[in-house]
Every structure is written in C-alpha cells, then in structure tokens.
Design a protein around this ligand. Structure first.
Ligand code: TRP
Length: 465
C-alpha cells in the first residue's frame, strides 16, 4: 500500500507535517485502488440488494443515490482532507487539527467514535465474509448443480443454523484480515488492482445472464420506478446510513487512507471516481440479483441471505456455473478482505502511535477483541435468533447502531468541523481546487446541505419532526 519514506530529519516539524510516519502512497492510482478497495465490498454486493429489497425498491434507490451525491461525496472529500492535513491516526489528527483551528480538544472523540464503529462493523462483517468463503467452496464443488430455488434456500437455512461452521469461517476471515494488517497491506493492494476489475467483469456477465434468464423487466421496474408510498422515515435513515457504509465514511477509515495521500493529488476528482465506481458496482449487483429473485418467485425482502439464496440458482444452471460461481464468491471474498483491513486500521494506527505497541501486538489485541464480538453475530443467526431487543437480533442491532447511527453521526461531525471550525483558507489550501465554483459548491453542500439533511433524517426517525 504505502512506500515507506525515510525520514532523514525527524526534528524537522514542517517535514513531519507533510508525510505521515507510516509513509505515503506511491501514486494517485494507488490511493484510488486502495480507497475503492475499501469502499467496494460486502456493502455493495451483499447489503445493497437486500436492504433495497426490504425497503421497497425504486424510491429507496433514489434516496440512496441522492444521499451519495449530496452527503456522501462532500463528506468523503472532507474526510480525506482531514486525513491529509493531520497525517496521523484519526484520534490524533482530530486532536491536532482542532488545536490548529483554535477549537476545543473534544473533537478527538470523533476519532474514538470511529475506532469503536470500526470494531463493531468488522465483528459482523467478518461473519458475512465467512459466508462468502463457505459459498466459494460450495459453489465451486458443484453443490448447487441443477438446484431449485427451494433447494438453494434450504441449503442456506441449514448453513446459518450451524454455529460451529459460521464460527470456523469467521475465525478464518479474521485471521486473514489481521495477517494482512500486521504484515503490511502491499501485497493485497497489488492483488486488488486485478481482482476488482475482474469482479466488475463477472458482475457484468451475471447481469447479462440475468437479462436472458431472469425477469429483467420486473427487476428494472422494481429498482428504478419510485413508489414513494413505500418510503418511511426508517427507510430514509437506512438509505442514508448505507451511503456512509458503502463509501466507508464517518469512522476514520478514509481519513487514515487520506493521511497517506501525496500533497499534489486532487481530492475532488479522486473522490468522484471512487464514488462512481462504488455506485456502479452496487447497481450492477442489484441488476444481477433481482431478475433472479422475481423469476424464481423469491421474496425481495428475504434479508441478509438474499444473494446466497439467488445467485447459486443461476450458477447451478448456467454452463460452467461452478467455475463462474466459484470465481464470483472468491472475488467477493477479496472485495470484503480489502474493505475489512480499513475497518481495523484506525484502531491499529492509534495503538501503534499512542501506546507504543508493535504493529503485531496491536493487531493481535484488536483482532481478538473483534473476533470475540463476532461470536455474538454468529449466534444471532441460530441459537440466539429469538433473543431480541427492540425486535432486533444482536446482528440487526449492531448493524443499526453502526450504519444508521454512528457513521452518520461521525459524518455530521466531520462536515461541521471542516465546514464551520476549520478556516476557509485551510480547507481551500488543502483541496487545491482550480475552479472557485467547484469549491463554492462543495463548501455550500458541506456547511449547509449535508449536516441539515443528516439532522432532519435523525430528528424524523426520533419523531421530533
Ligand atoms: N465500504 C465497505 C463495504 O461497502 C465496508 C467498509 C469498509 C466500511 N470500511 C468501512 C464501512 C468504514 C464503514 C466505514 O462493504
């Protein structure tokens, strides 16, 4: 990921300011691949389709796209900007930038919020990534050959009912993640450069298959014709929360990546590329999955199992299905892998910086904590499925708390800090936008539109407005 730059003169404060202690991306493209690697993951292929199904389709998709454009993109630019200016882990970055702006040191709590959100998200993310690994094995060994929709659903049901299996896969994925974080992410970053485009090609192929074999017309109708009667304040919150989740925003992941960004790279255009790529993958996943949902009489609202109950039907029937299917789940695992490392990196970076820990120890400590928490999610699909709080299982609660509350809250604080606390000169200098109009639009969105939108959605859900 990063090329270590030798610090010849440690006392030179100006120099330290410019380059993070951990190094710097070698090129702009390296950053784009890493940030896209973080953004594109289970959120796009697993979560987006099932929450779209649960929230009625078209209108939800529209709200989600609006959230990406009006809230996600401006806040992403702000988060990268903070990272590049602070050049440290999010907690220390926020502490120092608050000082620079003459504000109270409490802003560092934003960094803490992010570290905690990262732990919580990774704990269940790893369990679902484990499902994808298990499905890689099943699909490529031909388990689904000729399977019916019912057969595929019952295989899924049996799988998640088995806590030991889920735990084994969850453990394996956590080990994979921590190995990469401990030993440096260079190898994975290099692999992601080929694997992400491959995932895109395979998704396109699936869309073509779904066009021919599935009910494409109904899927298009479901995804793109907006029926606002299906929208509730909760579904707007879910759409907004997902905009943060899918772009990896609001918890310092992109801030950490920004802290390794060379000074000359334009933050605005880079952000647009990442957001477009991320959105394209999500929409393609929807176009691949929903035609199969409708053609096979499945429920769009079947929840977290949706892709595991639809795609295997396609792979079970197409020529070379076990090859394509195996490849698809393998690439999904890689997409999840390159996302998971960014969820834990803020915590690890902080432990290394502030607690003087070796990277290895920091990884073992944070990895074990996350793994333990993940057991709660494993059990929530079987043994404790009936244990509910506010009608939600442990997994549902974690997902709701992180994606719908913590990330938007983190994003709100980022928008307020960069829009209102940081001086205009500083944000302008950091963004280096050539067109004053572009800067004007961005700062307007960040100061007024994004925070107001987040607040209105929050207040609406609480029932105040
Ligand atoms: N964006 C990733 C996905 O869509 C998940 C993710 C990685 C994430 N890093 C994050 C979500 C940081 C929130 C914050 O799968």
């Amino acid at each position: 990921m990063i090329r270590l730059i030798c610090r010849e003169n440690d006392n030179d404060i100006e120099f330290m300011k410019k380059i993070s202690a951990q190094g710097e991306w070698s090129t702009r493209l390296a950053f784009i691949f890493a940030a896209t690697g973080s953004a594109v993951g289970l959120g796009n292929i697993w979560k987006f389709p099932y929450i779209t199904g649960e929230n009625g389709g078209g209108a939800f998709v529209l709200v989600y796209l609006l959230c990406i454009a009006l809230i996600g993109v401006p806040i992403m630019m702000a988060e990268i900007l903070l990272g590049r200016r602070g050049r440290q882990s999010p907690i220390n970055t926020m502490r120092d930038l608050a000082k620079e702006a003459g504000a109270k040191p409490y802003w560092r709590w934003l960094g803490w919020l992010g570290v905690i959100a990262g732990f919580l998200i990774l704990s269940y993310y790893s369990v679902i990534a484990g499902w994808a690994m298990a499905y890689f094995v099943r699909v490529s060994t031909g388990v689904f050959e000729g399977a019916t929709a019912d057969g595929v659903s019952s295989i899924f049901g049996q799988f998640v009912a088995d806590p030991e299996k889920l735990l084994a896969w969850h453990s394996l994925f956590m080990i994979m993640t921590m190995l990469v974080v401990a030993r440096g992410v260079k190898g994975l970053e290099r692999a992601v450069r080929f694997l992400m485009p491959a995932l895109l090609v395979l998704l396109l192929l699936l869309v073509v298959y779904a066009m021919e074999q599935g009910d494409f017309a109904q899927a298009l109708n479901f995804l793109f014709s907006a029926d606002f009667s299906k929208i509730t304040s909760e579904s707007i919150l879910t759409a907004m929360g997902h905009a943060f989740f899918t772009l990896s925003l609001g918890m310092g992941a992109i801030m950490v990546y920004g802290s390794y960004l060379p000074d000359k790279v334009s933050i605005g255009s880079t952000t647009l590329i990442i957001a477009l790529a991320d959105t394209a993958v999500a929409l393609l996943a929807g176009l691949a999955i929903f035609p199969l949902v409708f053609a096979n009489g499945l429920e769009p609202s079947s929840g977290p199992g949706l892709i595991f109950q639809t795609l295997p039907i396609a792979f079970g029937h197409m020529d070379y299905g076990s090859v394509f299917g195996g490849l698809f789940f393998l690439l999904l695992v890689f997409a999840a892998w390159s996302s998971s490392i960014s969820l834990i990196e803020p915590a690890v970076a902080w432990l290394v910086e502030n607690k003087n820990m070796s990277r290895m120890r920091a990884c073992i400590l944070s990895g074990t904590t996350t793994w333990l928490l993940g057991i709660g999610t494993v059990l929530s699909f079987n043994l404790t499925a009936d244990v509910r709080l506010f009608d939600k299982t442990f997994f549902d609660l974690l997902d709701y708390l992180t994606a719908n509350i913590m990330l938007p809250l983190g994003g709100l604080c980022i928008a307020l800090f960069v829009g209102w606390v940081m001086s205009r000169d500083d944000s302008m200098a950091e963004l280096k936008m050539k067109r004053p109009l572009a800067y004007g639009i961005w700062i307007f969105l960040l100061k007024y539109i994004s925070p107001t939108a987040v607040l209105i959605v929050f207040l609406n859900v609480i029932g105040i407005i």
